[in-house]
Structure formats: structure tokens, C-alpha cells
Design a protein around this ligand. Structure first.
Ligand code: DON
Length: 306
């Protein structure tokens, strides 16, 4: 891909999405998430050759929220293997909301709803929460090629105070023997992972590594097992955007994952990783402007995989 052309198309997409600047609502069920400039917009794209282009509010760090579900899944698969992981979480999409308890039967329907990510968090190895979370931070630092990965303590505290729903999910999962160990500790790790602070550039670098089959963009080292990458991208493509995953796949056509902080990460295998940040969300919890920009560049840069 020619960088000059990419830059032009990205800028055009950002401009064409300006009319959506005031569309959608910022998530308020985690009170701290309202403490942002609602009109912020940032975007970055990283090619598998390791070149990054970034625009707008590219330096602002936001909580990655559900994008951490991708990291949880990768780490659970690396730590315990697919057989164990998929005995606890399934691989199918659901029309229920991301925080629903309904799609929990003998297993959780998929790893990208809250119940699924609480389950994969329980499969991240480590002695205590501190050690497990430090492993997660180390993984995010390695994948983003950046040491400047932060923990947004206010966001974490704000969610821990209000997260009755996730707390119920964790206890319910324990009662069904889907998770083992202490429900409070697993919930704690899950919420910490959601409160990791990154900017669009760092997330697009992570996307670049996934687009590169799990190999480092700097030295080609295998940072994530190849099969783990394939599984993760398949699931992102079918379940990454919640109840909108099917529609989104038609309109954008590459594996993506959203977070209620307002970011969307997208991966175009063999080509690039991309990330948008715009905190106003639709009713499913996906960034309104982010989706529009990704749909446009999918078309103009020919990124649709289908
Ligand atoms: O558990 C929650 O509800 C949040 N910490 C994360 C949810 C989320 O990001 C859903 N995404 N669009």
C-alpha cells in the first residue's frame, strides 16, 4: 500500500464523518467514562511493514474497555490451549447485550461478551491478581512496542464501584463451575484489564502485529502463536461488534473489536492494523463516528476481506 494514498484516504474519511460529531452518547454506566471531551476524534493505521500514520487526537489515552477482551483471549489461549478455553467459552455470535447473563449455559456463548471475557480472564496464569495483571501489561507493552502503557485508576475505581452486573456474572459463572478460583479476584482482573490506557497509535500497532500473523513489526519475532492469531481474528470478525457484528461485517468487512471507551481496533490480515477513537456510541456500545470512518476506508483503500 502506498503511504501517500493511504494518508489522503484517511483524511478524506475523517472529514466525511464530521457530520456525525454530535451523534450518539458517551457511556455513562461507568461514571468516569463521562469525563472525556465527547467530540474527540483520533485515528491511526499501522502497516505490516511497521509504518504508522496518525491523525487528530492521537495522543489522548483512553481506557481500552472491551478491546481488552482480545488480550484476555490471546493470553488464555496461550496459557491453556484451545481445548480448555473452548470448553468454557463457545465460538458463536449472540443477539444479547454484551453484559447479559442469558447467553451462559454449560459455557458462555463467546469470549467477547462480558461473561466470556471474565471467563478468559480466569484463564490468565499468575499467582495473584497483581502478578496476572502485570503479565497482561507486559503483553500489551510487547505488542504495542511501547513502554508507555498506563493503568487508569479513576476509571478502574469508578467501574469497581458500579459493576454489580459483572459481579453477578462472575458469581454466576463460579456457581456453574465455568470459572474456578475467587470470583472477586477474577472480576478485579477483568476490570483492571478494561482500565488499561492506550492511544490510537498504540492500538493500531497491536493491530499491525495481529495483521502480521503475530510477528513483531520491528524484528519479525513471533509474539503471538500463529494459530492463536487466526482463532482470535475469526472470532473478532463474527462476534467483535456485539449484536451489530453481522451488519458491521457487511459494511466494513474486517475483524474488529470495540470498547465503550469509544475505540475500535480493526485488523486487515497481511495489510494493516487500524484504530479509531471517538467516544460517542450507538445503542450497541460501538463508536458511531469510528464505524463510519472504518466503513469508508474499507471501501476507498480496498480493505474489505470479502
Ligand atoms: O464490563 C464492562 O461493561 C466494560 N468494562 C466493558 C464493556 C465494553 O467495552 C463493551 N463495548 N463496547
Amino acid at each position: 500500500m502506498d503511504l501517500v494514498e493511504i494518508e489522503q484516504k484517511l483524511k478524506a474519511a475523517v472529514k466525511d464523518s464530521e457530520f456525525l460529531k454530535k451523534e450518539g452518547e458517551v457511556a455513562s454506566y461507568i461514571p468516569e467514562l463521562e469525563n472525556v471531551d465527547k467530540d474527540n476524534f483520533g485515528m491511526a493505521l499501522t502497516t505490516v511493514k511497521g509504518q504508522t500514520l496518525a491523525f487528530g487526537d492521537e495522543k489522548i489515552k483512553f481506557s481500552i474497555q472491551s478491546i481488552s477482551k482480545v488480550i484476555n483471549l490471546i493470553m488464555a489461549l496461550e496459557d491453556f490451549g484451545p481445548e480448555k478455553v473452548f470448553s468454557k467459552v463457545g465460538t458463536e455470535a449472540t443477539a444479547y447485550k454484551f453484559n447479559s447473563l442469558i447467553p451462559i449455559d454449560e459455557k458462555v456463548v463467546n469470549p467477547f461478551i462480558n461473561a466470556g471475557a471474565i471467563t478468559t480472564a480466569s484463564l490468565i496464569k499468575g499467582g495473584d491478581v497483581e502478578e496476572r495483571f502485570n503479565r497482561v501489561l507486559a503483553k500489551v507493552r510487547e505488542l504495542s512496542g511501547s513502554e508507555d502503557v498506563i493503568f487508569l485508576e479513576e476509571v478502574y475505581n469508578s467501574e469497581m464501584k458500579t459493576t454489580d452486573r459483572n459481579r453477578s456474572i462472575a458469581y454466576y459463572l463460579k456457581s456453574k463451575e465455568i470459572i474456578e478460583g475467587d470470583s472477586e479476584e477474577i472480576l478485579d482482573l477483568y476490570v483492571r484489564n478494561c482500565s488499561i490506557g492506550l492511544n490510537v497509535r498504540q492500538l493500531s500497532e497491536i493491530g499491525g502485529v495481529l495483521a502480521n500473523g503475530g510477528r513483531s513489526l520491528k524484528d519479525g519475532r513471533q509474539l503471538i502463536d500463529k494459530n492463536v492469531v487466526k482463532t482470535t481474528l475469526s472470532l473478532m470478525s463474527t462476534c467483535g461488534m456485539y449484536e451489530e457484528s453481522g451488519r458491521y461485517s457487511i459494511e466494513v468487512g474486517f475483524p474488529s473489536k470495540s470498547g465503550v471507551g469509544g475505540a475500535i481496533i480493526g485488523i486487515v490480515p497481511g495489510k494493516c492494523g487500524v484504530c479509531t477513537y471517538s467516544p460517542r456510541l450507538d445503542k450497541f456500545g460501538n463508536s458511531v463516528r469510528g464505524k463510519k470512518v472504518l466503513a469508508e476506508i474499507s471501501e476507498t483503500l480496498n480493505l474489505n476481506m470479502f
